[in-house]
Design a protein around this ligand. Structure first.
Ligand SMILES: Nc1ncnc2c1ncn2[C@@H]1O[C@H](COP(=O)(O)OP(=O)(O)O)[C@@H](O)[C@H]1O
Ligand SMILES: [Mg+2]
Length: 395
């Protein structure tokens, strides 16, 4: 049993840990009273913002509020008028421009890729500027294409031969070319249709889990901000309105402006903070290979008292689904589905629930960005775990 003394001691230890944590916080990018004017107009107004190493910070606000200007001040495409911007404690004006370009990757929506360069040459741009040898560059391009889940045949295509989503993947690979420490992404998925955008989000989150870069990501979509961001910085007229972790933005909006930005359905938006992978059932699901016969699958399912089996290839990629259906005579009939409805592990809970509701499936297989089977989610299990609070009404 814990004595009171133990408790006090524990508390002290915890406090100490807290202080240490505070001390060891490393800020990769620091803006101090950064100001930029164009003529008489103030585009960025006395902006102070410290961005922690390894975090994904979303910069959001209405059009013209200074998001792009802020990004361009960080990588020196726009000259600062007043204040300071530091990268790892050094003013960006004291860093050699080539070194700065090496340290900061930049992804933008429109200009993106060089149209007359192949995908390979696009991704190789910065490594070539840095005079890497061609063998090292080749290895790096292959690695990056794999990371953004494009197979190696894409290397010799031109940007015009790609879909919008594929182009954005190449854009991300190019920005990561020389393994920069920081990524600035200015509305990178803005021109992508909603379905492909969700896919890009899921891949992007998975990639960030692997590479843990310091990322500043501009968006004007609050759902995108809540889904992706560790922290969210809200700008209005070049000024910082609120800067906090996503939960705090959602539950403690600083003012009416932030509340309006969040919109009506805040309790539903809160589900955006939850990831599908945290709701994967621990139950034993039947997975089979392509070679397993229908008879065998049917037998195994009945033995396990289950109705669904997933077909995986030798790399555990999901390639199909079998399911049993009761016939009139109380017998079972086996059915095959080569394109089962599925969801991705980094999809938000509301995206997965929405897939369930629109498909009528109460159970979905979960995959990663390489389509590897990760497990299943069940509607009843999810509903037993979440609590959606009703907004209180004044009447
Ligand atoms: N090169 C420029 N010359 C003049 N005004 C500019 C220039 N770049 C941006 N601005 C102005 O600065 C403000 C902020 O622009 P920007 O940072 O692009 O906003 P956002 O990216 O948030 O939409 C806008 O009023 C815009 O018109
Ligand atoms: Mg902009």
């Amino acid at each position: 049993m814990n004595s009171d003394k133990d408790k006090i001691e524990n508390k002290e230890v915890n406090n100490k840990k807290g202080q240490e944590k505070e001390k060891t916080k490393e800020y990769t990018i620091e803006l101090k009273n950064a100001t930029k004017r164009f003529g008489n107009d103030v585009a960025v107004d006395n902006l102070s913002l410290s961005i922690e190493k390894g975090t994904l910070t979303m910069l959001i606000g209405p059009s013209g509020c200074g998001k792009t200007t802020t990004m361009k001040m960080i990588n020196r495409l726009v000259q600062l008028d007043e204040g300071k911007i530091k990268l790892n404690g050094t003013s960006v004006y004291d860093i050699d421009p080539v070194q700065l370009r090496r340290t900061i990757g930049y992804v933008i929506q429109e200009i993106g890729l060089f149209p007359h360069f192949t995908v390979f040459d696009n991704i190789a741009t910065v490594p070539r500027l840095l005079k890497w040898d061609e063998n090292k560059i080749k290895k790096r391009v292959e690695e990056l294409l794999d990371m953004v889940t494009l197979d190696s045949s894409y290397a010799y295509r031109y940007p015009l031969q790609l879909s919008g989503g594929e182009r954005q993947r190449v854009g991300l690979a190019r920005a990561l070319g020389a393994d920069p420490e920081v990524l600035l992404m200015d509305e990178p998925f803005g021109a992508i249709d909603p379905i492909n955008r969700l896919k890009l989000h899921d891949s992007f989150l998975e990639i960030q889990e692997e590479i843990k870069k310091t990322i500043v990501f501009v968006t004007h979509d609050i759902n995108e901000a809540i889904k992706l961001g560790d922290k969210i910085a809200i700008l209005r007229d070049g000024k910082l309105v609120q800067y906090a972790v996503s939960t705090d933005i959602l539950y403690k909006p600083a003012n009416q402006f932030v509340e309006n930005l969040l919109g009506q359905d805040r309790s539903l938006k809160a589900l955006t903070l939850k990831r599908t992978k945290d709701f994967i059932s621990s139950e034993d699901v039947l997975t089979v290979s392509k070679e397993t016969t229908e008879e065998e699958i049917s037998k195994q399912l009945q033995k396990k008292n289950q109705i669904v089996a997933f077909v995986l290839d030798k790399n555990d990629k999901l390639i199909g689904r079998y399911w049993l259906e009761k016939t009139k005579k109380d017998k079972f009939e086996i059915n095959y589905d080569e394109k089962p409805v599925l969801t991705e592990q980094n999809s938000t809970l509301n995206e997965s629930l929405s897939t369930m509701f629109s498909s009528g499936e109460k159970m979905l297989p979960v995959v990663n960005r390489r389509n590897k089977f990760m497990g299943i989610i069940r509607l009843d299990h999810i509903l037993s775990l979440i609590h959606i609070s009703e907004p209180t009404r004044p009447y």
